[in-house]
Design a protein around this ligand. Sequence first.
Ligand SMILES: C[S@@+](CC[C@H](N)C(=O)[O-])C[C@H]1O[C@@H](n2cnc3c(N)ncnc32)[C@H](O)[C@@H]1O
Length: 244
Amino acid sequence: MESPPFIPHCDEQRFTACEYDRWLSRNTLSARWVRFWFSPRRILWLNTPISTLPRAAGISSSDRILDVGCGYGGVLLYLRRILGGVPGAASGWEGLDNSSLMVQRAREEIGQRGLEKDIRITEGIATKLPYGDGAFDVILSGYMVKHLSDDRLRDMIREVKRVMKPGGRFCVWEAIPSRFGFMNVWNLKLLRVGVSVIHMRTAKEIRVLLEEEGFVIRQPFGHGLYYFYPPLPRAGFIAVRPSS
Ligand SMILES: C[S@@+](CC[C@H](N)C(=O)[O-])C[C@H]1O[C@@H](n2cnc3c(N)ncnc32)[C@H](O)[C@@H]1O
């Protein structure tokens, strides 16, 4: 596992938020690149397996859903589009992100579609979720957990468990190391273009952390092909909070 750069006097999560804000607000090629790909219109290119997620995780429009590290809100908007729902009558979908620029962008995207009553976006950190116990049926987190150290990721998983109903599903996916060692130098360079705090974990390491915190892995998810394919293997899991 790669160790992150030393960050003096700064909480890891706040530091990441500052880096995303700085990166997104620039006019560099990489900032334009990331704004292009984070747009909800291209969400399937980066998160291809979400097209199979409703069936795989048994998600319906009446479920209460939270996306932790929601970025521009693209995954929530995609699910809303394919699952449908009566405007104004949604069951309280939420997105949370620690970058204020991401939050602003997500609110704009949601507002442009007239869904601000249905999908609420909150600025906050993954290890301190501002929601009540047992509030959600489904919690999503795409490409976020690499920004947390093992201790913080454990804190996040505990928080996810707390705000999830018994029997709820945690759907988490992330970039993982390549089985070709020489590719990892390049992959890490790619992932660190705008944000330096990256903790690469194997699929097994992510799985073990989830299981140690009491989740039961229902099935691997998202190990297949992605439409947009930088040489980054990815893995994901649907993890269930047991009923008792
Ligand atoms: C690679 S982006 C993925 C965004 C979105 N899930 C997607 O797939 O389009 C990671 C997101 O996680 C957010 N993030 C990183 N660390 C976080 C933390 N500790 N708490 C909340 N959000 C965090 C970042 O601001 C960023 O929006």
